[in-house]
Design a protein around this ligand. Structure first.
Ligand code: FMN
Length: 201
């Protein structure tokens, strides 16, 4: 079956990350964003694609910081309350019955209950037609220990990261399954050695 080109995310499950920001006036905001990706290993950059009419984008323009909160199934019921239009003067933590988590490196708070969170400062914008790419530099990445396996990976069974596929009828929520197989980064190189191995030490 052929699909319209814009229906990419129907076949490419995306994370549902919750972006928390604080306005210059001190009002906390949350919005779900799925168009989000890390920029190359081992850079500490993360990229969000934002529409123009977003309090999130306005707050990042003002304060140059944001938090990417990664959460599991329990946040499924928080998607619509935080995605619905609400005026900039509305505190969306209160609206969605979520608790702010004070950040360590920036003033915008994270969200209690996320399994991992990234405090970010603005690295730059790329303006396109009808969208802006927000490049963030991750200043602190923290994972709740209970979601780590003994060898330090994300325990997918415990975290059940909230993801979605988009289709004609809207958003379908899903999660990632563990395939119980790993490969080393070195396996990509002829000598079997990962040239970036040092950065993990
Ligand atoms: C699952 C999901 C993913 C979304 N992803 C994005 C996205 O990547 N970029 C974007 O600009 N809006 C996205 N939205 C829409 C915003 O979350 C929504 O417009 C929200 O009201 C923006 O809030 P704000 O004005 O407080 O920033 C998404 C909505 C949902 C439900």
């Amino acid at each position: 079956m052929i699909f319209k080109p814009f229906m990419r995310e129907g076949f490419m499950p995306l994370p549902v990350a919750f972006i928390s920001t604080r306005s210059r006036e001190g009002i906390n905001n949350i919005a779900p964003y799925s168009c989000i990706m890390p920029v190359l290993r081992p850079l500490d950059l993360i990229c969000l694609a934002s529409a123009e009419k977003r309090d999130t984008l306005a707050n990042i323009r003002e304060t140059r910081e944001f938090v990417v909160n990664l959460a599991g199934k329990s946040f499924m019921e928080k998607v619509i309350p935080t995605a619905r239009f609400s005026p900039p003067e509305q505190d969306e933590f209160a609206l969605a019955d979520l608790t702010p988590r004070p950040s360590e490196t920036i003033t915008s708070p994270g969200i209690e209950g996320a399994y991992a969170w990234m405090e970010c400062t603005l690295s730059g914008f790329h303006k396109g037609e009808g969208y802006t790419l927000i490049m963030g530099q991750v200043t602190r990445l923290e994972v709740d220990d209970i979601y780590l396996t003994p060898d330090g990976r994300l325990d997918l069974e415990k975290a059940r990261p909230l993801m979605m596929t988009g289709g004609k009828k809207g958003m379908h929520y899903c999660t990632a399954a563990d395939l119980d197989k790993s490969d080393s980064f070195g396996a990509m190189f002829p000598d079997g050695k990962d040239p970036l191995a040092g950065v993990y030490e």
